[in-house]
Design a protein around this ligand. Sequence first.
Ligand SMILES: O=C(O)c1cc(C(=O)O)c2c(n1)C(=O)C(=O)c1cc(C(=O)O)[nH]c1-2
Length: 243
Amino acid sequence: MSAALLSPDALEAALRGIGAERYHNLHPFHRALHDGKLNRGQVQAWALNRYYYQASIPAKDASLLARLPTAELRREWRRRLEDHDGDAPGTGGVARWLRLTDGLGLDRAYVESLEGLLPGTRFAVEAYVHFVRERSVLEAIASSLTELFSPTIISERVSGMLRNYDFINAETLAYFTPRLTQAPRDSDFALAYVKEHARTVEQQQAVLGALKFKCGVLWSMLDALDYAYVLPGNIPPGSFRPS
Ligand SMILES: O=C(O)c1cc(C(=O)O)c2c(n1)C(=O)C(=O)c1cc(C(=O)O)[nH]c1-2
């Protein structure tokens, strides 16, 4: 069946429907993380692997920034780089993520070296960076729209982890506090852009496909963690081993 042209609001509803069905808040590893079902080593593995996602976000945003056609768009997108990289050493989201891995007792140089990453994490994150580099600007912007759904998962994560783990405190989870205002600001802009610029059936299908792809990136990162750190005996050679 061929797809119909959607009104901007119907396109938004279809995008939100993809999130409701596919966002990583529905993944069993995410549920286990929040519900206090993981041990410290498993939470360390999550933070160490997720570091690569955080550290790659500004690189993907820089490659998109370079392709944006107007100063207005570039100014908007530039803020994302500032949010993640900060404006001085030790500031910004990536530095705050390292405070989380510090708080969990991981060696900073080891985390930053990426040596302990799961292969599945590496492939998923690199697929996202390549997607943004290679696809149209419209698809690249649409692929950031998972952030529409992140404030809910972040609130659940922070309250669940604080309640359930004695090795976690508000200081170690400080990464997430600014995201609660940054993510809605960023995703409101991206959503308005997509609603305005996806005008043909092909463009609308490409936008929906980009969001499905991105949900798959986040889902497969959790699949990799679940397989390696929940089922016994499955940690790949060379990947992080909790002590
Ligand atoms: O905690 C989360 O579950 C979560 C999800 C996402 C997301 O949905 O992509 C991002 C973040 N956090 C995040 O912290 C972040 O900086 C971020 C940037 C982006 C993006 O695609 O540009 N997604 C996300």
